[in-house]
Write a protein that binds this ligand. Structure first.
Ligand SMILES: [Zn+2]
Length: 77
């Protein structure tokens, strides 16, 4: 590993450069971080919650209509 700030070779297993004190970031950690964020963004883009809310409103409307109709039928009988 080489320090990205001063370019000096660093000892393996150490997190900081022995010359300038710059924190050593492993390439594996940098590559793994963006992938989960992309997956989260894709999930957030989906508009399923809005559709489910709309369908819930429709279901509630249907239930209200059936309730009113049943009350009217009971009143007629
Ligand atoms: Zn350094």
């Amino acid at each position: 590993m080489y320090c990205r700030k001063c370019g000096s070779q660093t000892i393996e297993g150490t997190n900081f450069c022995g010359v300038c004190g710059e924190r050593i970031v492993l390439p594996e950690i940098q590559n793994n971080d963006p992938k989960p964020i992309e997956k989260i963004e894709i999930i957030e883009v989906k508009e399923e919650p809005i559709e489910s809310k709309a369908s819930l409103e429709v279901i509630l409307g249907i239930i209200l209509i059936t309730m009113v109709l049943s009350v009217l039928l009971i009143g007629v009988l």
